[in-house]
Design a protein around this ligand. Structure first.
Ligand code: PMP
Ligand code: GLN
Length: 382
């Protein structure tokens, strides 16, 4: 049998596929892969349906449907006070995954180094490897998951081509502060380092914190690809519609790759999102309140359990340390508890290249209160 030489020999199947499939096979409550178990807003569904029925079903422009790019530009200007040009600086992508992959592909060449922060979201490193780059790991300190800027400075070499950041952070729920962004701005000043800023959880930030988009920092914005996802913001992860912002010349390079990776994205979905964004500019504040309540509900439901709940300042993920319950490895335990107690979670060690296991599981709280209450009841028995 012919077996081609693999390009990703060190990479297995993503944990999200593994755990969601196991949860389904076991009939477990699925708090593993991050997606809501409730629907997006009815007006959004109606808007997409309307566009489909009106015959808006052929290819969208390569950069994205114009009304959506306009709505994105207005939103970013209103929230972050920064103007991105509708024609040249905004591109709609097939999910944040494609935007991130495209940003890496259009910049990273063999031999380049890319700094990522561990624990690191699982799509970044395969993208770097497929471009012939070398991932270089900075560490977020356990258990606060804070960056160490002296370490980042030490990791920079003449080959450093890119730094990839993500706040609010998956899997930890930690959030970078203004001084982190100022540190990063100082680190890259005078270099040709590109920043990829994964801001898919920009609107899920709690306790009165402010999202520090790199768009707010001119020394970063001038060299950054900023990525956000409608899947997270409007409870429609299955639509795979997201966007990337970047200054004109960077976006020009991005589109050279984008046009041959996917060319364009679902037309009625884009047009429906544009309508909804205009209809509900208040959505973002409500979303933060909505998820903060879910976070608090889930944390209260777990009070009295033997888990140690780590702080959650953003995202829809709650980390829980289980070392008072078991000394088993997190991956094995996540799989065993899916089978035995019917609650699926994500083991955090998979986000470390060296398999660091701090005995922490990630639970997604983008679920109905009923699901969260039932999961918590089972977890309290442990
Ligand atoms: N980045 C992070 C940090 C994520 O959590 C996710 C998805 N959950 C993505 C990127 C990918 O987003 P999308 O589903 O829009 O591809
Ligand atoms: N980002 C989602 C999570 O962290 C999963 C997305 C995916 O399945 N690729 O759970």
């Amino acid at each position: 049998m012919f077996i081609p030489k693999p390009a990703l020999s060190t990479i297995g199947t993503t944990i999200f596929t593994v755990m969601s499939r196991l949860a389904q096979d076991c009939g477990a409550l699925n708090l593993s892969q991050g997606f809501p178990d409730f629907s997006g807003p009815a007006e959004l569904m109606d808007a997409v349906t309307r566009h489909m029925a009106a015959g808006h079903n052929q290819y969208a422009p390569m950069a994205g449907a114009l009304p959506l790019r306009e709505a994105i530009a207005e939103k970013v200007a209103a929230i972050y006070g920064v103007n991105y040009d509708v024609e040249d600086e905004i591109t709609v992508t097939a999910g944040a995954t494609q935007a991130i992959y495209t940003a890496i592909t259009c910049c990273v060449r063999p031999g380049d180094e890319v700094i990522v922060f561990a624990p690191v979201y699982d799509s970044y490193v395969p993208g770097i490897l497929l471009s012939g780059g070398t991932p270089v790991y900075a560490r977020l300190s356990f258990p606060e998951y804070r960056p160490d800027w002296n370490e980042v400075r030490r990791l920079i070499t003449p080959r450093t081509r890119m730094i990839m950041i993500n706040s609010p952070h998956n899997p930890t729920g930690s959030v970078w502060r203004a001084d982190d962004l100022r540190e990063l701005e100082a680190v890259v000043r005078g270099t040709d380092i590109v920043v990829v800023s994964d801001e898919v959880y920009e609107h899920m930030i709690y306790d009165g914190r402010r999202h520090e988009s790199v768009a707010r920092y001119p020394g970063l914005a001038e060299r950054s690809f900023i990525v956000s996802s409608f899947g997270k913001t409007y409870h429609v992860t299955g639509w795979k519609i997201a966007y990337c912002l970047a200054p004109r010349q960077m976006m020009n390079e991005f589109r050279k790759a984008h046009q041959f990776i996917t060319f364009c994205v679902n037309t009625p979905g884009q047009l429906g999102l544009a309508d909804f964004m205009r209809l509900r500019p208040d959505w973002y504040d409500e979303l933060a309140t909505f998820y903060q309540q879910k976070r608090d509900f889930f944390r209260q439901a777990l009070a009295g359990s033997r888990f140690e709940l780590l702080p959650c300042s953003g995202t829809y993920f709650q980390l829980a340390r289980y070392d008072r319950i078991s000394d088993e490895g997190d991956r094995q335990l996540a799989e065993r508890w899916t089978r035995e107690i019917g609650v699926a979670s994500i083991p955090v060690s998979v986000f470390y290249s060296d398999g660091t296991d701090d005995k922490v599981l990630r639970f997604c709280f983008a679920k109905s209160e009923d699901t969260l209450a039932r999961a918590a009841e089972r977890l309290r028995q442990l």
